[in-house]
Design a protein around this ligand. Structure first.
Ligand code: ADP
Length: 420
């Protein structure tokens, strides 16, 4: 090889090394490697084969384009081929004349209508393990392969190893992602079916238990009360799951009418007066204006505010404060529930609106709940075309806020509103 050829080869090698970290398809890189291998060893052609554990054979990964259709489906025996020998022994091999080498596998030549005369094959090794073979065929002018050719091919094979391993890792990641998304689909289907199927029997239990409570003697009323109370709890969990599920499947709907925000907030605050008093927590309402009106579904907005207030009471110690406030920001009403409770760790904050997410482990936590309150609140607000978010400092308190569009046609711009 002349000096200028040498420099060119080194430049191309450098290019290939750089391309290994670029977001190029592995096939493309391997194709460039084989082209450079053939060119720099003055060979008629070059190819890369990968060991396929499922078949125990070698399969072509990179090859000349005119053989691609035939070679793609061919598997080469590891025990009866020169490439197989190089892979199994993890050693390079130079065969000046394949006719006198019993290891030569003629089936590939027959399939491609090509005549192999000489071969230089080197193993492709990754972390000490042979993962394939790279070979060049038929050195020009009937010449023999040299030590220089071998060195070039070994360098190229080490580049091919990285590209092949990247390809393998990528396909493993893709496989895991596919499995995960299938599991996610199965989980969603299960939740969806379970929540809808549990509704009917639970409705019957509640109906009959309520009826029986009215007619049984006073002595057993207390037991009946326990049954009804717990069935109601179960109903509220199942309703929450079904609400989220309906929203995610796009079958949820709301009945819009002009509603008074003051009224909704005051009704929610009133319903928590006792609980707040019992927890020695002050619960205040602060409206920036006399009243504000939005087009929406009062019961759904009430559920969202109730879930926020319920959490604030749960996670605020005696002597603490909770404030529900409402103000108008251009095109929207902004409602916030702020407390000076235990706060939320920064690492959990991005996840708290996810279904079933709880900061404390379900097994160790002192409070009840299923990690559904905030996901339900989010669904209720997003059904109105609004959005909800949380700010919190651990040990200092939390503030949950949401925006409701004053008119339904403003809904889409809630993402662009200044929200702090
Ligand atoms: P759960 O009903 O189980 O409490 P949520 O979806 O309502 O579930 O809340 C998710 C998690 O977010 C809770 O487990 C809690 O750790 C945290 N969280 C919610 N609101 C507050 C708050 N006001 N203060 C502190 N932590 C909160």
């Amino acid at each position: 090889m002349t000096d200028s050829n040498h420099v060119q080869t080194l430049e191309r090698l450098l290019e290939i090394s750089r391309s290994l970290s670029a977001p190029l398809e592995a096939e493309q890189i391997l194709q460039s490697i084989t082209a450079l291998a053939a060119e720099s060893t003055s060979s008629e052609l070059a190819s890369i084969l990968e060991y396929e554990p499922e078949s125990g054979k070698l399969r072509f990964l990179a090859m000349p384009w005119f053989h691609r259709d035939v070679l793609r489906d061919i598997r080469v025996s590891v025990d009866h081929s020169i490439a197989g020998w190089a892979c199994r022994q993890a050693k390079p091999v130079i065969v000046p004349d394949v006719r006198s080498d019993p290891r030569h596998d003629r089936s590939v030549d027959q399939a491609t209508d090509f005549e192999t005369r000489s071969i230089l094959a080197v193993p492709v090794i990754y972390r000490g393990e042979p993962i394939g073979v790279m070979e060049v065929l038929n050195k020009a002018g009937q010449a023999h392969y040299t030590g220089d050719d071998l060195s070039i091919l070994e360098i190229l094979a080490s580049q091919a190893a990285v590209a092949m391993e990247n390809k393998r890792t990528r396909s493993q990641i893709q496989h895991s992602l596919d499995e995960l998304s299938q599991l996610d689909r199965m989980k969603n289907d299960f939740i969806s079916i379970a929540s809808h199927e549990l509704r009917t029997p639970l409705g019957l239990i509640l109906g009959h238990a309520t009826f029986l409570r009215e007619i049984i003697d006073a002595e057993h009323k207390q037991q009946m009360d326990i049954i009804v109370r717990n069935a109601m709890k179960l109903k509220s969990i199942i309703d929450s799951i079904a609400d989220i599920d309906n929203f995610e499947r796009g079958v949820a709907s709301i009945r819009r009418r002009s509603i008074s925000i003051r009224r909704v907030i005051e009704e929610v605050a009133d319903s928590f007066t006792e609980e707040a008093k019992y927890g020695e927590i002050s619960l205040r309402v602060n409206m920036a204006k006399d009243d504000l009106h939005v087009e929406g579904d009062a019961s759904k907005i009430a559920i969202a505010i109730s879930n926020l207030v319920k959490n604030s009471i749960t996670f605020t110690n005696p002597g603490g404060h909770i404030q529900i406030s409402a103000e108008e920001v251009p095109g929207f009403v902004k409602i916030s529930v702020a407390d000076d409770g235990i706060g939320i760790p920064a690492s959990d904050l991005p996840h708290i609106f996810e279904r079933f997410y709880q900061v404390e482990s379900h097994l160790t936590r002192r409070h009840g709940g299923m990690g559904l309150g905030l996901s339900v609140a989010k669904v209720m607000i997003e059904m109105h075309g609004g959005r909800i978010w949380a700010e919190s400092l651990e040990g200092k308190g939390s503030k949950f806020s949401f925006l409701l569009p004053l008119k339904p046609d403003q809904a889409d711009s809630s993402g662009r509103v200044f929200v702090t």
